[in-house]
Ligand binder design. Structure first.
Ligand code: NAD
Length: 261
């Protein structure tokens, strides 16, 4: 049985992933602002370092990490904070936990992107680049200027770009740490409840076209995450798995293939 760390574990997709792993007999260390094993604020470098240190006090090895913590892109959310949590709260925490992941002969990371990366026309590549540059203050400032509608898909794109560059290097796949991402569609969690309640954009949520004809339950996304964590996905590396009821395919029928050149 393995040991896994999950951020955003107090609710939604993180809690559903925890439940599936524990049902299979694995040990899970949850991290969130409150309501789980380790209380930490992943919006700051100090909070991430404290979270990683607390994980290290509980285990000398990790078989997988799922950085689920995130903020949504509604108008009331501070887009600088969103940038810090969604991108840096993912990649800096992973960097801090990397030594524990490298202990296991093979381990896995499943990043949480979003169908918003391909189905919302608002991604700003300048913010993606600012995130990837690693300058958190600059990225926070730019995210704050661009606002939450733009910062959300941009940070979720940056996560995948980070996976497809840094994740393919010696420190990660070269150390046996397999990295993939899921891109959930509309999933019935607290985050979606907040979007639905928003005066400005809530009305548009149920207009998103979903070929399957319904939104997702958190457990349906968690099933995909658990598969990507486990040995039955052993040759899957660097993929973004859309778990969106078909929205990406419907909106972008020519989105595959995207050949070189
Ligand atoms: P959720 O709101 O239920 O869970 C998010 C968790 O992140 C919460 O428990 C929250 O406390 C935690 N969090 C927020 N800020 C934090 C901070 N500073 N430090 C530590 N923890 C913090 O939402 P969810 O839908 O389960 O979201 C999980 C992930 O899935 C997020 O990254 C989200 O962007 C992504 N996602 C969700 C949907 C959806 O429709 N629900 C769609 C695409 C992607």
């Amino acid at each position: 049985m393995g040991t896994y760390a999950i951020t955003g574990a107090a609710g939604g997709i993180g809690a559903a992933t925890r439940a599936l792993l524990e049902a299979d007999g694995h040990e899970v260390i949850g991290i969130d602002l409150a309501g789980t094993d380790i209380a930490a604020d992943l919006s700051s470098p100090a909070g991430r370092a404290a979270a990683a240190a607390a994980v290290g006090e509980r285990t000398g090895r990790l078989d997988g990490v799922v950085p689920c913590a995130g903020l949504n892109g509604i108008p009331s959310v501070d887009a600088g904070l969103l940038t810090a949590v969604n991108y840096f709260g993912t990649v800096q925490l992973l960097a801090e936990l990397r030594p524990l992941l490298a202990v296991a002969e093979s381990s896995a990371v499943v990043l949480i992107s979003s169908f918003a990366t391909t189905t919302q026309p608002l991604t700003a590549m300048e913010l993606v680049d600012a995130c990837l540059s690693g300058d958190e203050d600059a990225a926070r400032a730019l995210g704050g200027q661009l606002g939450p509608f733009v910062a959300y898909p941009s940070t979720k794109t940056a996560i995948c770009r980070w996976m497809r560059t840094v994740g393919m290097g010696e420190d990660w796949i070269g150390a046996g740490i397999r990295m993939n991402a899921v891109a959930p569609g509309v999933t019935e969690t607290q985050m979606v409840a907040e979007v639905r309640a928003d005066e400005a954009i809530g009305q548009f949520l149920d207009q998103i076209p979903i070929p399957l004809g319904r939104t997702a339950q958190a457990e349906e996304v968690a099933q995909a995450i658990v598969w990507l964590l486990g040995a039955s996905s052993s040759y899957v590396v660097g993929s973004v798995l859309f778990v969106d009821g078909g929205t990406d395919a419907l909106v972008r029928p020519d989105g595959y293939p995207t050949p070189m050149g």
